[in-house]
Write a protein that binds this ligand. Structure first.
Ligand code: ADP
Length: 495
């Protein structure tokens, strides 16, 4: 077939071509429209989802705000509880425990009314100890209508009751009516000892709600009050006991110082008396001795033998009496401070050697071996040399007197921190235990065969003790019967 290109055919071809192009475009557009519709549907869905999510978000945000508010309230309440607890526990006076609870703190805990009662066993009644938010008239009516059994049971069981924990509606209503509030928490106050009771807190604000947390907080506060009541009671007990003790100590001290003053006065009078008597005795004794000596010298004529013997006895006894009187006079003078000590630096060995020179004969007579171990001799000591010699003469003299022949005496001295110690030990007859305490008292002499034979005044150790004490030293004795004795004394290095 021959292709004839005429205008008609050309139009047809062009038209056909255009139609084809249009169809393709149409198909394309249809595809695109379908796609767009799908996308719109998808978009709508997404928008719906976003809408839902934003609503959820808003809801969650609101809830979060609510929780935040609640939390804030709880934190404020906790702070308030902390402040109340601190105030309550800072007092140890039972009366101040309840008055330290302040209205503002209670309000921070979400309550504007509070009452506390303690049970009085004798009166069988509740005593009001705290009132926040009630007038006197209201209190009278509350006290009158209070169901004692209910609160006593609560205390006995140690349970906390609140508008959310009490299940009986009638009970809640009667409590709310009684206290004129909408919400309440009642918690027992249970100290270990003493009066128990309960703490009531309430609010008449209907917009407030009570939670388990509120109940717990009031419970903690009531526990804290209970513990503080215990502390206050313990403190009161201790304080009273201490007061009692102080009173006793004071009384006893007064008694003792009065007794001491009396003893000192008696002792002073005794010293004065001894001093006066000794003085008075010395003069006639001197004359007696003088006359006896003149008579004995037969200056007034010859005397029969019997008279001479009697006169010799008078002479001897007068010497003994003069000794005794001198001893007494020395003791009373040292005691009353009339003999002032002349403290000068000396070496201990020097004093001991001088004394031993004097006692050499006696030691030889009894064949007693005396050894010295003076290790505290490097430094001088401040002593009254003459008085200290009397100490050694008396102690070594006694050791010789009460030690059988061929016995041993040791003199030891050693240095302590601020003092030196001297021990004079013998292997003599010893001293019975019951005499050790009284051996330094005037006129005390142990009843033993040596004392029965040899005369003594019983004043030597008493004098020694007074001299050592005048040097601010101490003296004591240790002894075993039939084994020996050790007399020890200390002397301070510096007076
Ligand atoms: P006196 O020696 O004059 O009796 P003292 O006061 O010196 O008086 O001694 C009192 C008593 O202490 C003595 O009588 C004696 O019984 C006892 N006594 C003292 N020193 C010793 C000693 N070294 N051993 C045993 N007894 C002693």
């Amino acid at each position: 077939m021959e292709l004839i290109l005429n205008p008609y055919n050309l139009v047809l071809v062009v038209a056909g071509f255009i139609i084809v192009v249009l169809i393709v475009i149409l198909i394309n557009n249809l595809e695109r429209t379908k796609q767009l519709r799908n996308e719109i549907i998808q978009l709508k869905r997404t928008i719906d989802e976003i809408d839902l999510q934003s609503r959820t978000l808003i809801q969650t945000d609101m809830e979060l705000n609510k929780i935040q508010d609640e939390l804030n309230k709880k934190i404020i309440a906790l702070y308030a509880l902390h402040r109340i607890s601190r105030q309550v526990s800072s007092t140890l006076d039972e009366n101040k425990i309840f008055s330290s609870i302040e209205n503002s703190h209670l309000e921070d805990m979400g309550f504007e009314k509070a009452l506390a009662f303690l049970w009085d066993d004798k009166k069988e009644n509740f005593e009001l100890v705290l009132n926040i938010g009630y007038e006197d008239k209201e209190i009278d009516s509350i006290v009158k209508r209070l169901d004692k059994d209910f609160y006593l049971k609560l205390m006995q069981e140690g349970k906390t009751a609140s508008s959310i924990s009490v299940s009986e509606e009638t009970l809640i209503k009667s409590i709310c009516d009684l206290f004129n509030i909408y919400f309440f928490v009642i918690s027992p106050i249970l100290p270990k000892e003493g009066r128990k009771g309960f703490l009531f807190v309430g609010t008449d604000d209907l917009s407030k709600t009570i939670t388990q947390g509120d109940e717990d907080l009031i419970n903690i506060l009531a526990n804290q009050i209970g513990q503080t009541l215990d502390n206050a009671r313990l403190f009161e007990k201790t304080w009273l006991a201490q007061q009692e003790l102080e009173k006793k100590v004071e009384e006893r001290t007064k008694q003792l110082s009065t007794a001491l003053e009396e003893i000192q006065a008696i002792s002073k009078r005794k010293s004065e008396f001894i001093s006066a008597v000794s003085h008075e005795l010395r003069t006639p004794l001197t004359s007696i001795k003088g006359y006896a000596s003149i008579l004995l010298a037969e200056k007034l004529g010859n005397l029969p033998l019997a008279v001479k013997e009697r006169l010799e006895k008078i002479n001897r006894h007068t010497d003994e009496l003069v000794n005794l009187v001198n001893g007494l006079l020395d003791i009373s003078r040292i005691e009353s401070g009339k003999i002032a000590m002349k403290f000068e630096p000396y070496k201990l060995s020097q004093i001991i050697n001088e004394v031993l020179d004097l006692m050499g004969v006696q030691l030889k007579e009894k064949e007693i071996q005396l050894t010295t171990e003076i290790s505290a001799d490097s430094e001088d000591i401040l002593v009254d040399c003459e008085q200290l010699k009397r100490v050694f003469i008396n102690l070594i003299g006694n050791a010789i007197k009460f030690t059988p022949s061929k016995g041993k005496i040791t003199i030891k001295s050693f240095s302590l921190d601020h003092q030196i110690q001297v021990d004079i030990t013998d292997t003599g007859i010893g001293i019975p235990q019951d005499s050790l305490q009284v051996i330094f008292e005037e006129f005390y002499r142990v009843d033993n065969p040596i004392n029965q034979q040899v005369k003594g005044t019983g004043l030597g150790l008493s004098l020694v003790k007074r001299i050592i004490e005048a040097h601010r030293g101490k003296i004591w004795v240790k002894s075993k019967l039939n084994e020996g004795s050790t007399f020890s004394f200390t002397l301070p290095k510096v007076i």
